[in-house]
Write a protein that binds this ligand. Structure first.
Ligand SMILES: Nc1nc2c(ncn2[C@@H]2O[C@H](COP(=O)(O)OP(=O)(O)O)[C@@H](O)[C@H]2O)c(=O)[nH]1
Ligand SMILES: Nc1ncnc2c1ncn2[C@@H]1O[C@H](COP(=O)(O)OP(=O)(O)O)[C@@H](O)[C@H]1O
Length: 397
């Protein structure tokens, strides 16, 4: 049935006496009110967020994760559920106007625990769907990099590699920004504190991590993201709102793993021994932790590659191409309300009320992914509220 529309500025001023600027909206959610700022302030480079805790009467400025929407003169906002608020920025381009502010999703709750502060996270809404990202884990030397290179070579327009950050030194052939972002520990630690990472872990004595941006870059290129990360990282991604397929690669034996690591010739003896020691625990966790959807044995390379392709639906006959994102043209002046899983964007003025196509419906029942990054699965369509009879949408009572 019908639910309350966005709680707009005037309501809040009258109701609670909270102070804010014209370009802000105030959205009550659970026992807090989120004041989401516009940007009439020239110095501000993004939309701000403040939280009013009704129980304590205190304001808090949260840590804001994810890429923020660009500043805009005004926006509409509506609480989708206890987890997230939908924001529609006015005057933005068609592919940059629908945003989600996650306030209590699993990802945000985890980040609150890690960062010890109030946290919110932005995610951009994107029409259409893409295939789930692929997380590949396995012990050092098992052949993850080799398999991923084969995939990227055969399907260059389908896959994009999530370039991780690491504090380890570059190997001879590795390029900064291509294989890894090689970085100083102090810099990476600061960026982790600032919430720039989707996940990070200490592996073989170095710090490794996937920045939110690394995943967004691939998604924005319309490609399926591949992450080569360790088991701890895979566990963190499992707990995040990035819906992915998790694949663990096993060697045929520990002897063969050692042979491959030594033959690769990229590590000093001490590092080889450390990686072999860690491999035992990784194998145990990989096989039994419940994190991974699939386990592949990399004995014969070609055979393993064929199996990987099958898992990903790339076995030659039927790669199910999902249509690209829809373009969403939202009018500048509109009001927003929520009915069940549908957001109704009304841009009819009183005089135009009888004009056709004066409602846009944003169906949010199949949202996928979320902060940090992109929320996909939005279905957007225009309807004529009178002649189409709201297309079966329950009207607010
Ligand atoms: N958690 C996490 N692990 C990563 C990331 N990038 C790489 N790794 C893992 O770190 C480990 C060491 O990687 P690397 O030094 O390139 O050695 P290699 O696996 O022997 O080629 C591997 O298990 C990788 O999967 C990351 O962003 N996050
Ligand atoms: N199935 C396989 N049989 C033999 N050698 C392999 C196989 N898969 C990979 N290799 C070799 O093993 C070494 C380690 O592979 P690599 O892809 O670097 O592993 P990882 O990225 O998991 O550390 C490389 O020299 C690679 O050419």
């Amino acid at each position: 049935m019908g639910e309350a529309p966005a709680f707009f500025v005037d309501d809040l001023q009258n109701g609670c006496g909270l102070k804010y600027k014209d370009c802000e909206t105030a959205i009550p959610n659970q026992d807090k009110t989120y004041v989401i700022g516009g940007s009439d302030d020239e110095s501000s480079s993004s939309i701000g967020v403040r939280i009013y805790d009704e129980a304590t009467g205190n304001w808090e400025i949260p840590i804001v994760l994810g890429t923020k929407p660009k500043p805009c003169k005004s926006h509409s906002a509506v609480s989708l559920n206890e987890d997230r608020i939908l924001i529609i920025t006015k005057g933005s381009s068609a592919d940059d106007c629908i945003w989600f502010l996650e306030v209590d999703t699993q990802y945000v709750r985890e980040q609150k625990k890690i960062l010890g502060r109030e946290v919110v996270a932005w995610s951009k809404g994107v029409g259409g769907n893409v295939h789930k990202p692929v997380v590949i884990s396995g012990p050092s030397g098992v052949g993850k990099g080799t398999l991923i290179s084969m995939l990227m070579k055969e399907f260059p327009t389908t896959f994009g590699f999530s370039v991780s950050h690491t504090t380890r030194a570059s190997r001879g052939m590795e390029k900064d920004g291509v294989h890894y972002h090689f970085t100083e520990r102090s810099v990476m630690e600061k960026e982790i504190k600032d919430g720039k990472f989707l996940e990070f872990a200490s592996v073989h004595g170095n710090l490794y991590g996937t920045s939110i941006e690394a995943v967004e870059v691939v998604a924005d290129a319309g490609k399926r993201c591949i992450l080569d990360i360790d088991v701890q990282g895979a566990r963190s991604v499992r707990a995040s709102s990035l819906e992915a397929i998790f694949i663990f690669i096993c060697p045929p034996s520990m002897e063969e793993l050692e042979k491959r690591l030594r033959a690769r010739g990229t590590e000093a003896e001490e590092q080889i021994l450390k990686r072999l020691r860690n491999a035992e625990a990784e194998m145990e966790q990989g096989k039994s932790s419940g994190i991974f959807d699939h386990i592949l044995y990399n004995d014969e390379l070609e055979e393993c590659y064929e199996n990987l392709k099958k898992l990903l639906g790339l076995d030659g006959i039927s790669y199910n191409v999902i249509p690209g994102p829809q373009r969403i043209n939202l009018p500048q002046d509109h009001s927003v309300s929520k009915i069940d899983n549908k957001i109704i964007i009304n841009y009819g003025t009183p005089e135009l009320e009888k004009a056709s196509k004066n409602l846009i419906v944003l169906d949010v029942s199949s949202l996928k992914g979320g902060a940090p990054g992109r929320t996909r699965g939005l279905d957007v369509y225009a309807i004529d509220s009178f002649s189409d009879g709201l297309n079966g949408i329950n009207q607010p009572s």
